[in-house]
Design a protein around this ligand. Sequence first.
Ligand SMILES: *Cc1c(COP(=O)(O)O)cnc(C)c1O
Length: 428
Amino acid sequence: MTERPKPGFETRAIHAGARPDAATGARSTPIYQTTSYVFDDADHAASLFNLQSFGYIYSRITNPTVAVLEERVASLEGGRAAIAAASGHAAQFLAFFTLLEPGDSFVAAPNLYGGSVTQFAKSFPKLGWHCRFADPNDVEAVDRALGADGKAIFVESLANPGGVVVDLEPLAPLARARRVPLIVDNTLASPYLCNPIDWGADIVIHSATKFLGGHGNALAGVVVESGRFDWFASGRFPAMTQPDPAYHGLTFAETFGDFGFTMRARAVALRDFGPALAPMNAFLVLQGIETLPLRMARHCENALAVASHLERHPKVAWVSYAGLPSSRYHALARKYLPKGAGAVFTFGLKGGFDAGVSVVEAVELFSHLANVGDTRSLIIHPASTTHRQLTDEQRTAAGAGNDAVRLSIGLETAADLIADLDQALARG
Ligand SMILES: *Cc1c(COP(=O)(O)O)cnc(C)c1O
């Protein structure tokens, strides 16, 4: 028999991780709406609790619907294994809890999703984890920020809100040389547009709430492990390399090898903190992923049409979309996002803050709300909402100055989106 090639992305988006239900033949993945699972006998129960065999105990730790989602996202990202969580923020927490000890530090890009900056800068220090921010497109700055004790590098492949593309390729050798994992939040690109593991990422994180789910109806997060990080090389990841007395002295990196990180995140972080994904939400995200390739292609096509139109509009001062040749990130977008530069971008209004407020109030088809990655087109004026607490200088640094409006372009007819923005700009 000839060996079949690895199935294409579209095939994996529909099939990876799923098979007809063993009990009923159900073709669509069932929603296993159960908290717990009957053991075969006492020995079976003991071996599950000891992590000596794989199976289901309790849905805080594993659930069959959630497991299909985990396997599917791992496949789409080219990773070894994945763990799902109740939200993108919960996924980030599971990853860092598995990496860091109290007193540890890591380096992150300063232009992350606003909620991640707050999580890292305000809440993580209460756990003894310290984040230093450094420009990810300046490898020497990242190296300096790591210092002697930095234990991870965290960036977004495509950053919100400013259409910033990170140059991943030079970061991977730095992470390798410093023996720290490179963690990439791939939410805005989605695995259809970019696979960070191909560029050397060790861990990929998603807010599946956004394009993976894609319909604005479920919170979810996923952590994907590449399986390639050497936990033993630095001696600085004791959670991975030292025996765990709670599991009869097993060592996660040794016992589970290239999926040890996922096992540890599940068997310790998810078990003890509990941000488990509900099976219903896993089902909704799976449903979304089946059409991810079609949706992302149209999201990108519509975004380019809207961005090109806005760039020519007399009331618009600037458009920051990496898909436009005028963007300083255009060359990076062509390298890392050859199928399209995503669907979230900002533009600036010559009329400043007041014009931003008036446009979000005047749109009729766009929805004024704080989310991205929906079938529906979304609009927000960061200075009066998500970035309200920041100073003018911080807002400008985050690409969300007073004049900036952020769009997440949906799947409606592009001409209707353009007409809606035109009428709103005319009224402002
Ligand atoms: C939304 C988002 C998050 C947080 O995800 P939740 O699902 O809202 O918790 C993290 N990173 C990025 C880039 C996001 O857009």
